[in-house]
Ligand binder design. Structure first.
Ligand code: C2O
Ligand code: CU
Length: 490
């Protein structure tokens, strides 16, 4: 592990990080850290008299409807996506989870800068919630934006266990008329091979795609130029928007002339999507919840775990929103009906998919969220490696939990250098913080696609004490080892 520490003195003595106990791997969870520093950070985040929003969730095993298709899977309360959670920035979210699965689970609040002990990483921030057990998550939600929630256990995300978490901005500047949340997903559970079987097959010696249900290409290989090569390990039988397949899409009613805000979430496990709105261009306004300088485009690339908000001015007619599984060939759809008109056939691919493609390097942070121009106090390089053959995806040569945690100290400005030495892209995700990209105009994000051969720097303020993780949001890569700790030390 190569890191460089120019200075390691403590800033912000109030944070009480002196009490940090370095948690070695395998140390009992909940004994890790400065419980007092986590409490203090939460106290500073909480606004006096902030309302507490109470939500009841249950993880259940049983039938879910994907449009007309009834499949057996696991979900939050029997629907896919699970119930949308919507609150305002500054409020407190309290979620009471009853686990009715035959196995343990947790919930991770993806992208939220929340108190560490509510982050939902089993063995790191909490004990897993056993079958039949319950757990109450409660935390202040500091920043508005588009987020989602999912388990952090095994490959449960690749079943129906996900839902959107929308944090409204009390000072919303947007002048849009209507909002549409679109959760994209790659689906196999109950239709093709079960996610746990896919993981077992891949880790047993992954090259053989013959068990892959309905693989689309003769070679079984998914390739994409914009992803820099290999586009995925799993050919899914279905791709979904809001739990509906392309031949039976959800239909949203709108009016022509309206300005729509589309909140796009990629909850897929092994699929990046390329999304376009047929017959329309759009303006990208937010990435991973945070505002960006508006950029116009025709198509959007969105990796697993990323979120983007788009604005579109609706024309008269029935407009298809099409998300193709980048490099894989399958697709998902949603229709927006604004006035009269006939929907295009399910096979129709809008020209916009081949138009101006917006990727992260085109985005710049707005003044409100601009980084402090500062050199990092500490640099951690994360060499990302692995291949299909061994299906051992590593960070700095090791797999979770053999990876050495990355040390940071409260008050530091930290740079993560993602260095992708493999032939496949990795959407790298940091818990509990958001970073500024070194490329383009420094968009603020928590998940970023790192292409093969690419080195990307991501800078963040170490202002949220605890034990966190950094990992690839390809859930099969994460389970095969591509995850490491990020630990606050004195
Ligand atoms: Cu959405 Cu650690 O993940
Ligand atoms: Cu990966």
């Amino acid at each position: 592990m190569s890191y460089l520490s120019r200075r390691s003195f403590l800033i912000g003595a109030g944070a009480g990080v002196g009490a940090v106990v370095l948690g070695a791997c395998g140390s009992p969870s909940n004994s890790f850290s400065p419980a007092s520093a986590v409490e203090e950070a939460e106290r500073l985040r909480r606004q006096d008299g902030a309302p507490v929003r109470v939500v009841d969730l249950a993880t259940v095993a049983g039938p879910v409807e994907l449009g007309p298709l009834l499949v057996e899977s696991w979900s939050y309360g029997g629907t896919v996506p699970g119930p949308e959670i919507r609150i305002r920035a500054g409020e407190v979210l309290q979620v009471r989870l009853r686990n009715q699965l035959p196995t343990e689970t947790t919930i991770h609040w993806h992208g939220i800068a929340l108190r560490n002990d509510m982050d939902g990483v089993p063995g790191v921030t909490q004990d897993p919630i056993p079958a039949g057990g319950e757990f109450t998550y409660e935390f202040a939600v500091p920043d508005p934006g588009t987020y989602f929630f999912h388990p952090h256990v095994g490959v449960q995300l690749d079943r129906g266990l996900y839902g959107s978490l929308i944090v409204e901005d009390p000072d919303e500047p947007g002048g849009y008329d209507r909002e549409v949340v679109m959760v994209l997903d790659d689906w196999t559970d109950g239709v093709g091979e079960a996610p746990d079987d896919i993981l077992a097959r891949l880790t047993a010696g992954g090259m053989d795609h013959s068990g892959m249900g309905m693989g689309n290409e003769d070679s079984g290989m998914a390739m994409s130029d914009v992803l820099g090569g290999d586009a995925g390990d799993v050919m899914y039988p279905l791709y979904l928007i809001n739990g509906r397949a392309a031949n039976d899409p959800q239909v949203i009613e709108a009016n022509s002339g309206e300005r729509l805000r589309l909140r796009i979430i990629n909850a897929g496990s092994d699929t990046a999507f390329r999304l376009a709105v047929g017959g329309h261009s759009f303006t990208v306004t937010h990435s991973d919840g945070f505002p960006v300088m508006p950029v116009e485009g025709d198509a959007l690339l969105i990796g697993m775990g990323e979120r983007y908000d788009l604005e579109v001015s609706m024309r008269e007619g029935v407009t298809p929103v099409v998300a193709i599984a980048e490099g894989k060939g399958g697709r998902a759809r949603l229709l927006i009906r604004a006035g009269t008109g006939e929907p295009p056939p399910a096979e129709h691919l809008p020209d916009e998919l081949q138009g101006r493609l917006v990727t992260v390097d085109a985005l710049a942070a707005t003044a409100r969220v601009e980084p402090k121009a500062a050199e990092p106090d500490r640099i951690h390089r994360l060499a990302l490696d692995g291949d299909m053959m061994s299906y051992r995806w590593t960070i700095n040569g090791d797999i979770w939990k053999g990876t050495l945690p990355l040390d940071v100290s409260s008050g530091e400005r930290v740079r993560l250098e993602f260095d992708n030495r493999s032939t496949m892209f990795h959407p790298m995700h940091l818990h509990g913080h958001t970073f500024h990209m070194s490329l383009g105009g420094g968009a603020r994000k928590d998940t970023v696609i790192v292409k093969p051969g690419q080195v990307l720097a991501a800078d963040f303020e170490a202002d949220n004490p605890g034990r966190w993780v950094v990992h690839c949001h390809n859930i099969y890569h994460a389970e095969a080892g591509m995850m490491t700790g990020l630990t606050y030390t004195p």
